[in-house]
Design a protein around this ligand. Structure first.
Ligand SMILES: Cc1cc2nc3c(=O)[nH]c(=O)nc-3n(C[C@H](O)[C@H](O)[C@H](O)COP(=O)(O)OP(=O)(O)OC[C@H]3O[C@@H](n4cnc5c(N)ncnc54)[C@H](O)[C@@H]3O)c2cc1C
Length: 333
């Protein structure tokens, strides 16, 4: 078995969280992870360290404390202004090797996934990717990550007994965003950055941002399944009147009724809205994982035995083609 660059005996009982930011704005998933790390650390008597890298990002330090960090390791350098996998891997790897934390958590964002994979190889440790939950055994210091997958309704529990740091990435929205405590304070430690420019093989020429759609943060989600028969116009109107977004199950996406970025579920987006209005959806496991943490689920289905009703707080047994226009009329009043 290949040994990690530092082992279980050398690891310090801290959970490190990678704070992902762009132009000084933190990704919500980083703050969600700080909250989860705080909860686990409190139970185990460990501490939480946030790794913040970028150029002129010191202003974010207090936010990290407010969301649960005890300490911030601050790596600032002009070449870290834009994310590059070479630069960020180098700096993060050096910081981890100097401090030897037991765990390192990252968001399963495009940059987080890129960084995590390369780091895990460099540190010769493992990586539990795309996890949906995390536990920590305070006795052994071993973390158990939950991953749904293998193409079916299977939940795998993964643990790393012999390698450190225990690395894992988490999808945005799987952990709740805890209320910040602005009075929390902590320690800031500068990370020395040795980053020769020739180390970076990529240069950001232009940044083109997509639609900016982030369903994981929508307060209200109006979801259409195969049962709405492609009528997303009514759902869009309802969502707009409720201040929310439209989502879909996989069949309408596959059939081209709506863009793939709006697919909810295991292979789509995992959401945590206050209200999910779910119309013409059967309630397959792959879909339900995407809305199971909604505060309130309202389901409309014409089949009284539909599985979705087991996951709903309010069940409307009826034809979506009748219920939705009636609802829209009421909302317009
Ligand atoms: C590896 C894998 C990953 C997957 N990932 C995802 C994922 O991320 N997201 C996802 O959604 N699916 C995913 N799927 C597919 C998933 O298993 C289901 O097939 C899918 O969620 C079913 O979508 P549906 O509920 O819209 O359609 P159906 O299962 O066909 O259900 C349609 C429902 O609409 C109801 N209905 C029909 N007409 C009406 C009407 N007029 N009024 C009211 N109700 C009506 C029916 O009673 C039925 O319950 C995945 C599958 C696999 C194998």
């Amino acid at each position: 078995m290949v040994k990690s660059l530092y082992g279980v005996e050398e690891a310090i009982n801290t959970i490190w969280v990678f704070l992902e930011q762009h132009e000084g704005v933190l990704k919500p998933v980083s703050l969600e992870l700080l909250g989860k790390a705080r909860e686990l650390a409190d139970d185990a008597g460990w501490s939480v360290v946030a790794l913040l890298a970028g150029a002129e990002v010191e202003v974010l330090v207090q936010t990290a404390f407010a969301y649960g960090a005890d300490e911030v390791r601050l790596a600032e350098h002009p070449l870290l202004a834009n994310f590059s996998v070479e630069g960020y891997t180098h700096v993060t790897c050096e910081a981890l090797l100097a401090a030897k934390p037991s765990a390192f958590l990252l968001g399963a964002t495009p940059d987080g996934r890129d960084l995590a994979g390369r780091l895990a190889v460099r540190l010769r440790t493992g990586l539990n990717a795309d996890c949906t939950d995390l536990r920590l055994d305070p006795e052994t210091g071993v973390m158990v990550s939950e991953v749904s997958g293998f193409g079916g309704g299977v939940l795998a529990l993964l643990q790393m007994q012999y390698h450190r740091p225990q690395m894992a990435t988490f999808r945005p929205g799987v952990f709740p965003l805890r209320a910040p405590d602005p009075s929390r304070r902590g320690k800031v430690i500068s990370v020395p950055v040795r980053l020769p420019p020739e180390m970076l093989h990529t240069r950001v020429v232009e940044r083109v941002v997509g639609s900016g759609l982030d369903l994981s943060q929508a307060p209200v989600l109006v979801v259409g399944g195969r049962g709405v028969e492609g009528d997303f116009d009514t759902l869009r109107e309802i969502a707009s009147l409720l201040g929310g977004e439209v989502g879909a199950t996989r069949p309408p996406v596959d059939e081209g009724y709506i863009e793939r970025a709006r697919q909810i579920g295991q292979t789509g987006v995992v959401c945590r809205p206050k209200v999910a209005l779910v119309c013409g959806v059967s309630g397959a496991f792959h879909f339900v994982v995407g809305i199971q943490d909604a505060d309130t689920v309202i389901a409309i289905n014409n089949d009284p035995g539909a599985e979705i009703f087991k996951h709903a707080d309010y069940c409307v047994i009826g034809d979506a083609r009748e219920v939705l226009p009636a609802l829209l009329e009421q909302l317009k009043l």
